[in-house]
Design a protein around this ligand. Sequence first.
Ligand code: PMP
Length: 286
Amino acid sequence: MTRTVYVNGSYLPEADATVSIFDRGFLMADAVYEVTSVLDGKLIDFAGHCARLRRSLSELGMPSPCTDDALLAIHRELVARNGLVDGMIYLQVSRGNPGDRDFAFPDASVPPTLVLFTQSKPGLADSPQAKVGMKVIGIDDIRWGRRDIKTVQLLYPSMGKMMAKKAGADDAWMIEDGFVTEGTSNNAYIVTGGRIVTRNLGHEILHGITRAAVLRFAREAQMEVEERPFTLDEAKAADEAFITSASAFVMPVVAIDGVPVGSGTPGPVARRLRELYLDEMRKAAI
Ligand code: PMP
Protein backbone atom coordinates (compact mmCIF):
# COMPACT_ATOMS: atom_id res chain seq x y z
CA MET A 1 0.00 0.00 0.00
CA THR A 2 1.44 3.37 -0.97
CA ARG A 3 1.57 5.86 1.87
CA THR A 4 -0.77 8.84 1.88
CA VAL A 5 0.80 12.00 3.25
CA TYR A 6 -0.50 15.50 3.97
CA VAL A 7 0.94 18.67 2.40
CA ASN A 8 -0.67 22.10 2.75
CA GLY A 9 -4.30 21.03 2.64
CA SER A 10 -3.97 18.00 0.35
CA TYR A 11 -3.80 14.26 0.99
CA LEU A 12 -1.48 12.78 -1.63
CA PRO A 13 0.42 9.59 -2.45
CA GLU A 14 3.92 10.13 -1.03
CA ALA A 15 5.50 10.16 -4.50
CA ASP A 16 3.32 13.13 -5.54
CA ALA A 17 3.94 15.25 -2.44
CA THR A 18 6.34 18.14 -2.97
CA VAL A 19 7.67 21.25 -1.19
CA SER A 20 9.40 24.17 -2.93
CA ILE A 21 13.22 24.35 -3.09
CA PHE A 22 12.76 27.87 -1.63
CA ASP A 23 10.99 26.57 1.46
CA ARG A 24 12.70 28.00 4.56
CA GLY A 25 12.61 24.61 6.22
CA PHE A 26 14.84 23.28 3.43
CA LEU A 27 17.16 26.31 3.07
CA MET A 28 17.40 27.58 6.68
CA ALA A 29 16.16 24.77 8.95
CA ASP A 30 13.50 27.39 9.76
CA ALA A 31 10.94 24.82 10.81
CA VAL A 32 9.61 23.05 13.90
CA TYR A 33 8.23 19.56 14.29
CA GLU A 34 6.41 17.10 16.52
CA VAL A 35 6.25 13.31 16.60
CA THR A 36 3.13 11.73 18.09
CA SER A 37 2.95 8.00 18.73
CA VAL A 38 0.01 5.89 17.62
CA LEU A 39 -0.90 2.72 19.52
CA ASP A 40 -3.88 0.60 18.41
CA GLY A 41 -4.82 3.36 15.96
CA LYS A 42 -5.04 6.01 18.70
CA LEU A 43 -2.94 9.10 19.37
CA ILE A 44 -0.78 9.20 22.50
CA ASP A 45 -0.70 12.54 24.37
CA PHE A 46 -1.89 14.55 21.38
CA ALA A 47 -2.72 17.54 23.60
CA GLY A 48 0.85 17.62 24.94
CA HIS A 49 2.35 17.64 21.46
CA CYS A 50 -0.05 20.37 20.32
CA ALA A 51 0.82 22.54 23.30
CA ARG A 52 4.56 22.17 22.64
CA LEU A 53 4.07 22.90 18.92
CA ARG A 54 2.25 26.15 19.87
CA ARG A 55 5.14 27.09 22.13
CA SER A 56 7.79 26.35 19.46
CA LEU A 57 5.86 28.45 16.93
CA SER A 58 5.44 31.33 19.32
CA GLU A 59 9.10 31.34 20.46
CA LEU A 60 10.13 31.69 16.80
CA GLY A 61 7.34 34.09 15.79
CA MET A 62 6.22 31.61 13.17
CA PRO A 63 2.62 31.75 11.94
CA SER A 64 0.34 28.90 12.92
CA PRO A 65 -0.88 26.77 10.01
CA CYS A 66 -4.27 25.90 11.57
CA THR A 67 -6.16 25.22 14.79
CA ASP A 68 -5.51 22.30 17.14
CA ASP A 69 -8.85 20.81 16.09
CA ALA A 70 -7.80 20.91 12.44
CA LEU A 71 -4.47 19.27 13.36
CA LEU A 72 -6.30 16.53 15.23
CA ALA A 73 -8.54 15.92 12.21
CA ILE A 74 -5.49 15.62 9.91
CA HIS A 75 -3.76 13.19 12.30
CA ARG A 76 -6.89 11.03 12.44
CA GLU A 77 -7.40 11.16 8.68
CA LEU A 78 -3.81 9.99 8.12
CA VAL A 79 -4.27 7.13 10.60
CA ALA A 80 -7.44 6.09 8.76
CA ARG A 81 -6.15 6.48 5.19
CA ASN A 82 -2.96 4.54 5.98
CA GLY A 83 -4.60 1.90 8.20
CA LEU A 84 -2.02 2.81 10.84
CA VAL A 85 -2.16 0.58 13.92
CA ASP A 86 1.16 1.21 15.68
CA GLY A 87 3.71 3.85 14.73
CA MET A 88 4.23 7.57 14.64
CA ILE A 89 2.91 10.67 12.93
CA TYR A 90 5.56 13.22 12.00
CA LEU A 91 4.40 16.84 11.70
CA GLN A 92 6.49 19.72 10.41
CA VAL A 93 5.70 23.41 10.12
CA SER A 94 8.12 25.68 8.28
CA ARG A 95 8.08 29.41 7.74
CA GLY A 96 7.00 28.70 4.20
CA ASN A 97 8.18 29.56 0.72
CA PRO A 98 8.95 33.27 0.12
CA GLY A 99 9.88 32.51 -3.51
CA ASP A 100 13.60 33.25 -3.06
CA ARG A 101 16.43 32.84 -0.54
CA ASP A 102 16.80 35.62 2.02
CA PHE A 103 17.95 35.64 5.66
CA ALA A 104 15.19 38.04 6.73
CA PHE A 105 11.89 36.41 7.65
CA PRO A 106 9.23 36.79 4.96
CA ASP A 107 6.24 39.01 5.70
CA ALA A 108 3.06 37.64 7.18
CA SER A 109 1.44 37.08 3.77
CA VAL A 110 3.67 34.01 3.21
CA PRO A 111 1.76 31.00 4.59
CA PRO A 112 3.61 28.38 6.65
CA THR A 113 4.23 24.98 5.08
CA LEU A 114 2.50 22.12 6.89
CA VAL A 115 3.56 18.53 6.21
CA LEU A 116 2.51 15.36 8.03
CA PHE A 117 3.26 11.71 7.34
CA THR A 118 2.84 8.38 9.10
CA GLN A 119 5.55 5.86 9.99
CA SER A 120 4.30 2.36 10.59
CA LYS A 121 6.04 0.43 13.41
CA PRO A 122 4.06 -2.73 14.14
CA GLY A 123 4.44 -3.75 17.79
CA LEU A 124 5.97 -0.38 18.72
CA ALA A 125 5.19 -0.86 22.42
CA ASP A 126 6.70 -4.38 22.48
CA SER A 127 10.12 -3.33 21.24
CA PRO A 128 12.70 -6.09 21.89
CA GLN A 129 15.15 -3.37 22.97
CA ALA A 130 13.04 -2.62 26.07
CA LYS A 131 13.86 -6.15 27.32
CA VAL A 132 17.63 -5.86 26.89
CA GLY A 133 18.15 -2.12 27.26
CA MET A 134 20.37 0.19 25.25
CA LYS A 135 24.00 1.27 25.37
CA VAL A 136 25.01 4.92 25.24
CA ILE A 137 28.25 6.86 24.94
CA GLY A 138 29.01 10.37 26.15
CA ILE A 139 29.73 13.11 23.58
CA ASP A 140 30.11 16.88 23.73
CA ASP A 141 26.91 18.88 23.35
CA ILE A 142 27.71 21.47 20.67
CA ARG A 143 24.11 22.31 19.70
CA TRP A 144 22.66 25.84 19.72
CA GLY A 145 21.35 27.44 22.91
CA ARG A 146 17.58 27.05 22.42
CA ARG A 147 17.11 23.30 22.57
CA ASP A 148 13.73 23.85 24.24
CA ILE A 149 12.39 24.81 20.79
CA LYS A 150 11.78 21.68 18.73
CA THR A 151 13.43 22.77 15.49
CA VAL A 152 14.48 20.54 12.59
CA GLN A 153 18.15 21.43 13.14
CA LEU A 154 19.03 17.79 13.68
CA LEU A 155 22.45 17.54 12.05
CA TYR A 156 24.43 17.26 15.28
CA PRO A 157 22.00 14.76 16.87
CA SER A 158 22.33 12.69 13.65
CA MET A 159 26.11 12.88 13.92
CA GLY A 160 25.82 11.83 17.57
CA LYS A 161 23.85 8.74 16.57
CA MET A 162 26.56 7.89 14.04
CA MET A 163 29.31 8.35 16.67
CA ALA A 164 27.36 5.97 18.91
CA LYS A 165 26.99 3.40 16.13
CA LYS A 166 30.68 3.58 15.34
CA ALA A 167 31.44 2.94 19.01
CA GLY A 168 29.13 -0.11 19.01
CA ALA A 169 26.46 1.69 21.06
CA ASP A 170 22.84 2.67 20.38
CA ASP A 171 22.78 6.36 21.25
CA ALA A 172 24.75 9.23 22.72
CA TRP A 173 24.18 11.34 25.83
CA MET A 174 25.40 14.87 25.33
CA ILE A 175 27.50 16.70 27.90
CA GLU A 176 27.82 20.44 28.44
CA ASP A 177 29.92 22.09 31.17
CA GLY A 178 30.45 18.67 32.73
CA PHE A 179 26.76 17.74 32.98
CA VAL A 180 24.53 15.53 30.84
CA THR A 181 21.97 17.54 28.91
CA GLU A 182 19.97 14.82 27.10
CA GLY A 183 20.14 12.02 24.54
CA THR A 184 20.27 12.76 20.81
CA SER A 185 16.48 12.34 20.58
CA ASN A 186 15.36 11.67 24.15
CA ASN A 187 15.58 12.85 27.75
CA ALA A 188 18.08 11.20 30.11
CA TYR A 189 17.53 9.86 33.65
CA ILE A 190 19.37 7.97 36.36
CA VAL A 191 18.16 6.24 39.50
CA THR A 192 20.45 6.83 42.46
CA GLY A 193 19.95 6.87 46.23
CA GLY A 194 16.36 5.70 45.67
CA ARG A 195 15.54 8.74 43.57
CA ILE A 196 14.82 9.33 39.91
CA VAL A 197 17.15 12.11 38.77
CA THR A 198 16.70 14.02 35.52
CA ARG A 199 17.92 17.39 34.35
CA ASN A 200 15.72 20.36 35.24
CA LEU A 201 13.94 22.20 32.42
CA GLY A 202 15.58 25.20 30.77
CA HIS A 203 16.87 26.25 27.37
CA GLU A 204 19.46 23.43 27.50
CA ILE A 205 17.05 20.56 26.81
CA LEU A 206 13.85 19.77 24.99
CA HIS A 207 10.88 19.73 27.35
CA GLY A 208 9.90 16.16 26.58
CA ILE A 209 6.20 15.43 26.47
CA THR A 210 7.00 11.90 27.64
CA ARG A 211 9.21 13.33 30.41
CA ALA A 212 6.31 15.39 31.78
CA ALA A 213 3.96 12.38 31.83
CA VAL A 214 6.52 9.95 33.27
CA LEU A 215 7.48 12.34 36.11
CA ARG A 216 3.79 12.86 36.89
CA PHE A 217 3.16 9.10 37.07
CA ALA A 218 6.33 8.57 39.13
CA ARG A 219 5.24 11.17 41.70
CA GLU A 220 1.70 9.78 41.79
CA ALA A 221 3.24 6.36 42.56
CA GLN A 222 5.14 7.95 45.50
CA MET A 223 8.51 7.62 43.78
CA GLU A 224 10.98 10.38 44.59
CA VAL A 225 11.99 12.65 41.74
CA GLU A 226 14.87 15.12 41.71
CA GLU A 227 15.15 17.55 38.79
CA ARG A 228 18.83 18.55 38.62
CA PRO A 229 21.83 18.10 36.34
CA PHE A 230 24.02 15.00 36.79
CA THR A 231 27.44 14.06 35.44
CA LEU A 232 28.28 11.07 33.26
CA ASP A 233 30.38 9.66 36.13
CA GLU A 234 27.38 9.85 38.46
CA ALA A 235 25.35 8.05 35.77
CA LYS A 236 27.97 5.30 35.41
CA ALA A 237 27.85 4.72 39.18
CA ALA A 238 24.02 4.87 39.36
CA ASP A 239 21.72 1.92 40.11
CA GLU A 240 19.81 2.43 36.86
CA ALA A 241 19.61 4.68 33.84
CA PHE A 242 16.93 5.18 31.22
CA ILE A 243 15.63 7.53 28.56
CA THR A 244 12.19 8.72 27.51
CA SER A 245 10.77 9.86 24.18
CA ALA A 246 7.43 9.77 22.40
CA SER A 247 8.45 6.78 20.27
CA ALA A 248 10.72 4.87 22.71
CA PHE A 249 8.43 5.55 25.72
CA VAL A 250 10.65 4.54 28.68
CA MET A 251 13.77 2.65 27.57
CA PRO A 252 16.38 1.25 29.98
CA VAL A 253 20.04 2.20 29.49
CA VAL A 254 22.32 -0.66 30.58
CA ALA A 255 25.79 0.64 29.69
CA ILE A 256 27.50 4.04 29.44
CA ASP A 257 30.85 4.28 27.63
CA GLY A 258 31.09 0.49 27.96
CA VAL A 259 30.59 0.58 31.76
CA PRO A 260 27.59 -1.49 32.91
CA VAL A 261 25.01 0.56 34.84
CA GLY A 262 23.92 -1.26 38.02
CA SER A 263 23.46 -4.93 37.14
CA GLY A 264 23.94 -4.18 33.43
CA THR A 265 20.34 -5.24 32.76
CA PRO A 266 17.08 -3.23 32.69
CA GLY A 267 16.32 -2.08 36.24
CA PRO A 268 13.06 -2.31 38.21
CA VAL A 269 12.34 1.44 38.22
CA ALA A 270 12.68 1.78 34.44
CA ARG A 271 10.58 -1.36 33.88
CA ARG A 272 7.86 -0.14 36.23
CA LEU A 273 7.77 3.35 34.72
CA ARG A 274 7.52 1.89 31.23
CA GLU A 275 4.53 -0.22 32.27
CA LEU A 276 2.88 2.66 34.12
CA TYR A 277 3.40 5.02 31.20
CA LEU A 278 2.08 2.62 28.56
CA ASP A 279 -0.95 1.58 30.67
CA GLU A 280 -1.96 5.14 31.52
CA MET A 281 -1.32 6.58 28.08
CA ARG A 282 -3.21 3.80 26.28
CA LYS A 283 -6.20 4.58 28.53
CA ALA A 284 -6.01 8.29 27.69
CA ALA A 285 -5.28 7.83 23.94
CA ILE A 286 -7.69 9.53 21.53
N1 PMP B 1 15.16 15.56 23.66
C1 PMP B 1 15.39 15.64 22.33
C2 PMP B 1 16.62 16.32 21.85
C3 PMP B 1 14.48 15.06 21.43
O1 PMP B 1 14.70 15.13 20.11
C4 PMP B 1 13.34 14.37 21.94
C5 PMP B 1 12.37 13.70 21.02
N2 PMP B 1 11.76 14.55 20.13
C6 PMP B 1 13.15 14.33 23.32
C7 PMP B 1 14.08 14.94 24.16
C8 PMP B 1 11.96 13.65 23.92
O2 PMP B 1 10.79 14.40 23.74
P1 PMP B 1 9.36 13.71 23.65
O3 PMP B 1 9.21 12.91 24.91
O4 PMP B 1 8.43 14.83 23.60
O5 PMP B 1 9.39 12.85 22.43
